[in-house]
Design a protein around this ligand. Structure first.
Ligand SMILES: NC(=O)c1ccc[n+]([C@@H]2O[C@H](COP(=O)([O-])OP(=O)(O)OC[C@H]3O[C@@H](n4cnc5c(N)ncnc54)[C@H](O)[C@@H]3O)[C@@H](O)[C@H]2O)c1
Ligand SMILES: [Zn+2]
Ligand SMILES: [Zn+2]
Length: 346
């Protein structure tokens, strides 16, 4: 089968690898669409250390069942599906509590680090455990379905905070995750949702997908938040950048007793304005991947409650993968999600 292989850092090539087979409890999926994630771009140049070559990356995918392994029930050849990016064991104490995102033996598709190596979906076929596979409604295209991984991250982050009708919220960062969090907050019942970013084009997108107001992070947006909330601050801030300055601004933007959900993690460490957190009794809530939100995310896309089409910048054949990775790596402006279509190679 054809794959996009990271054979060394900053070098992707189209290669031929043996087609995987579905082992016991697994299904074989013919990959129709697989999105390039920011973490793939950070793995590509070696900066994250989580894509040690040689590796086939790709964990945001959708396709159809091409084979069913021993002991798998409920799937047949041709079923349109997507799958969780996280492979959890289903047996550890976290999995038993339903916190599958915190599984002790957690592996991510398309990741190779010091602990494990797991082939991903920039390939014509990928084999995955059937317990992480979800059926897709016919109304959802494979390209939209490839966005479900990011949608479930957003839905999970929002599920960790208490939203009541009339709540107001701030999203810091209007990237892929921030724009989906914004929509998930609206679905959860937030009445006013503000969003801040440095990038004008991303703020424009935020407006298109329903932000109450957009705020330039080049200016003092904490002051603006205070002004629009009568000096109290928002009930909830979701940090979707992961830098000291944005964590600080998120903390300063919430009301006393409010919550900051931390999703961004681009920096391993940030400076924390400790006294502002303690004396204003804030709750800092980390959020990692998703834990059972796929069915809800599928429903939200299928009903149009969350829109992903405006976030898809390009759909391209697998052969064009190397060029798109370079363009994303160069941080070309106005690029959001790029989706490759491996199973459709000519
Ligand atoms: N916790 C999780 O499960 C999870 C899952 C996916 C991604 N992430 C993390 O979430 C973050 C966002 O991911 P993404 O895919 O949306 O990335 P992205 O690159 O698409 O978006 C980041 C956005 O932050 C903006 N930004 C940068 N510096 C800023 C500043 N000082 N002020 C305001 N905005 C600023 C950028 O302009 C960009 O729009 C990353 O840190 C990523 O690692 C976490
Ligand atoms: Zn990802
Ligand atoms: Zn587990």
């Amino acid at each position: 089968m054809k794959v996009l292989l990271l054979s060394k850092y900053r070098h992707l090539e189209l290669a031929d690898l043996p087609e995987p087979t579905a082992g016991p409890g697994e299904v074989l999926i013919r990959v129709a669409a697989c999105g390039i994630c920011g973490s793939d771009v950070h793995g590509y140049d070696g900066s994250s250390g989580r894509r040690i070559p040689p590796i086939v990356m790709g964990h945001e995918a959708a396709g159809s069942i091409a084979g069913v392994g021993e002991g798998v029930a409920g799937f047949t050849k041709g079923d349109r599906v997507t799958f969780d990016s996280t492979i959890y064991c289903g047996a550890c104490s976290h999995c038993c509590r339903g916190e599958v995102n915190l599984c002790d033996r957690r592996q991510v598709l398309g990741v190779s680090c010091s602990d494990y190596r797991r082939a991903g979906a920039f390939a014509e076929f990928v084999a995955v455990p059937s317990r992480i596979v979800y059926r897709l409604p016919d109304s959802l295209s494979f390209e939209e379905a490839a966005m479900l991984e990011a949608v479930s991250v957003a839905v999970h982050a929002v599920s960790l905070e208490q939203i009541s009708p009339g709540s107001n919220a701030l999203v810091v960062g209007a990237g892929m995750i921030g724009l989906l969090v914004l929509q998930a907050l609206r679905v959860a019942g937030c009445s006013r949702i503000f969003i801040a970013d440095l990038d004008r084009s991303r703020l424009k997108l935020a407006q298109d997908v329903g932000a109450t107001a957009i705020l330039s992070a080049e200016a003092d947006f904490v002051a603006e938040i205070m002004q629009v909330t009568g000096g109290t601050g928002v009930d909830v801030a979701v940090e979707a950048v992961g830098r000291s300055e944005t964590v600080k601004a998120s903390i300063e933007s919430v009301r006393k007793g409010g919550t900051v959900v931390l999703v961004g993690n681009i920096s391993p460490e940030v400076a924390l304005p400790l006294q502002k957190v303690v004396t204003r009794q804030l709750r800092l809530q980390g959020s990692c991947a998703s834990a059972g939100e796929y069915p809800r995310a599928i429903e939200l896309l299928a009903t149009g409650a969350i829109q992903v089409k405006p976030l898809i910048s390009a759909i391209a054949p697998l052969e064009e993968g190397p060029r798109w990775f370079e363009r994303l790596h160069a941080r070309e402006p106005n690029l959001m999600k790029v989706i490759l279509t491996p199973g459709m190679v000519s």
